[in-house]
Design a protein around this ligand. Structure first.
Ligand SMILES: Cc1cc2nc3c(=O)[nH]c(=O)nc-3n(C[C@H](O)[C@H](O)[C@H](O)COP(=O)(O)OP(=O)(O)OC[C@H]3O[C@@H](n4cnc5c(N)ncnc54)[C@H](O)[C@@H]3O)c2cc1C
Length: 503
């Protein structure tokens, strides 16, 4: 096996897998290095006790908090990365998210690209990941250049009733875009059987559009793509001037190996990519590779997430509940809010509301909701490494005030429903996404100023000619929507740039 490739991609999740898929079509020789293996397809995929309670697919890893206490991060190191367990809610950020936004706790910074410039790659990602959705329902969403490839997953009766109530009350409910392979017009041909476990579980019938199935597996038969699993990248080495990455150091099945690429793309997830760069310090890059600005590892973001359970009067027979979303509180000063009683919270953007999967571990009458608030990039929320090169994550949540307001508005909204839902303050949602790690982002943000960002607008490290980063690290802000579609769209964007560069 050769040790030299046109492009070496590190990590096979939303950022790395999608990038490899984009590049593969160019015929260039690509090496995809993945720390984990393929996730086994087994009955346990769908068993909450195995997946959620016993943590069957949680990879062994230890991180440390700011005080130096060890914790187990519930990371998933598999081909496809976190998308193997994600909920496949594939929302776009809103146009406003690409500009500067004032929040209760400070500013969400502007991107170096506008929504309109980025939008074509959203459409490409939606087609690649077979997203089911419907444009035009949610007034916050901005323009679109293509319709979704498939119609949205339809609401089941209870969810439809709620949607009708909220529509009448002026909340603009919408169908949440989802990357699942479901053909409601032709059920026998459909892979998805609308099970309850989409979010937080691997899909046993391979109906979830994750990075493994959509991006990586179709590449395995290509002669120009080599994939190595159980291949953990530990370090990057540069030429004597420190301008090019010349070697990728890998521990594969316990053995040290070295690979070379004309281009090296890091996509190991926001924490692990920062860790690799910090570990790759040298005399030319004493504070870590690409870290002349001191920004590598900083600005860690996730989302403020509250999972709330309400109880109805009748048993909730819904199977696939995650079809309904509300963004009526997403933007500050949105004039549309004046049509319903959310007036007093108008000054701040509060976030999004989506329904949660039904859970056998909750009361039969339970209806679940996830309230998501934007987290802000703070320099002190950061990944560092200690002398033994172990990762430390210092983090304090932001915008808690907005989360409280969102909760208040949510309660008011619920009171407008004919379903007679009352909040169950005692319920805790089993397996609710551990958003601190699940939505990790921001540790190598892109921007135009090398003093305040790690990557340029093409996601190339400002300080290196051939190093790119395409996982969720690049995000300068996260909005109040899941990051996956934005990471996928950006990976296609960077992939197309690399194809032009390699020509
Ligand atoms: C339970 C759960 C539910 C979620 N639901 C949603 C959702 O519904 N919608 C949404 O938008 N987002 C969701 N997310 C978040 C979404 O999955 C992530 O934002 C997205 O996968 C991030 O992409 P990434 O490329 O940064 O990282 P990942 O997709 O995690 O990919 C990183 C890859 O790098 C590999 N790797 C790590 N270290 C190394 C190394 N040293 N060497 C080689 N390889 C390495 C990992 O094994 C992994 O394959 C969810 C996440 C979880 C955990």
């Amino acid at each position: 096996m050769t040790d030299h490739y046109d492009v070496v991609v590190i990590g096979s999740g939303a950022g790395g897998g999608t990038l490899a898929r984009t590049l593969a079509m160019s015929g260039k020789r690509i090496l995809l290095l993945e720390r984990g293996n393929f996730l086994p397809r087994e009955l346990c995929n769908w068993q909450p006790l195995q997946v959620q309670a016993a943590g069957r697919y949680v990879s062994q890893d230890t991180w440390y908090d700011a005080a130096g206490n060890a914790f187990e991060p519930r990371a998933h190191y598999f081909v496809g990365g976190a998308t193997k367990l994600y909920g496949a809610a594939l929302d776009r950020l809103r146009p406003a998210d690409f500009g500067e936004i004032a929040h209760m706790d400070g500013l969400s910074p502007a991107w170096p690209l506008s929504f309109d410039e980025f939008e074509p790659w959203y459409a490409k990602a939606e087609w690649l990941y077979q997203v089911r959705g419907l444009h035009g329902e949610d007034p916050t969403e901005g323009s679109w250049s293509e319709e979704y490839p498939w119609p949205p997953v339809s609401h089941e009766p209870l969810v439809q009733q709620l949607a009708d109530d909220l529509d009448r009350a002026g909340y603009y409910p919408f169908h949440v875009p989802r990357g699942i392979m479901l053909d409601e017009r032709n059920p026998p041909a459909s892979l998805c059987i609308r099970c309850v476990t989409c979010d937080g579980h691997p899909c046993l019938v391979h109906a979830k559009a994750d990075a493994d199935l959509i991006a990586v597996r179709p590449l395995l038969s290509r002669l120009n793509v080599t994939m190595l699993v159980n291949a953990e990248v530990t370090k990057l080495k540069t030429d004597p001037r420190g301008r090019r990455v010349t070697k990728v150091i890998v521990r594969r099945d316990g053995v040290r190996e070295e690979y070379r690429g004309d281009i090296v793309v890091l996509a190991a997830g926001a924490v692990n990519s920062a860790k690799i760069l910090l570990r790759s310090a040298s005399s030319r890059h004493p504070d870590g590779l690409a870290n002349g600005s001191g920004q590598v590892g900083r600005n860690y973001m996730c989302h403020g997430v509250a999972d709330v359970v309400a109880l109805g009067e009748k048993p909730n027979e819904t199977v696939f509940a995650q079809t309904l979303g509300v963004n009526a509180f997403y933007l500050a000063d949105d004039p549309r809010r004046s049509s319903h009683p959310a007036g007093h919270a108008r000054r701040w953007p509060l976030g999004s509301i989506q329904m949660l999967p039904r859970s056998a571990r909750l009361a039969r009458e339970a209806v679940g909701f996830r309230l998501m608030t934007e987290d802000l990039p703070r320099p002190d929320n950061r990944v560092t490494i200690d002398r033994e090169h172990r990762p430390h994550l210092a983090y304090a949540a932001t915008n808690r005030g907005e989360a409280a307001l969102l909760r208040h508005e949510f309660e008011m909204m619920l009171s407008r429903s004919s379903l007679q839902l009352t909040l169950d303050e005692t319920a805790t949602v089993p397996g609710g996404t551990a958003a601190l790690i699940a939505d990790q982002a921001g540790t190598c943000r892109f921007g135009t100023d090398p003093a305040t960002s790690v990557l340029d607008v093409h996601c190339r490290a400002h300080e290196l000619d051939n190093l790119y980063v395409t996982d969720a690290s690049f995000l300068p802000s996260v909005g109040a929507a899941g990051p996956a579609l934005t990471v996928m769209a950006n990976a296609i964007r960077v992939g197309e740039h690399l194809i032009r560069r390699l020509r």
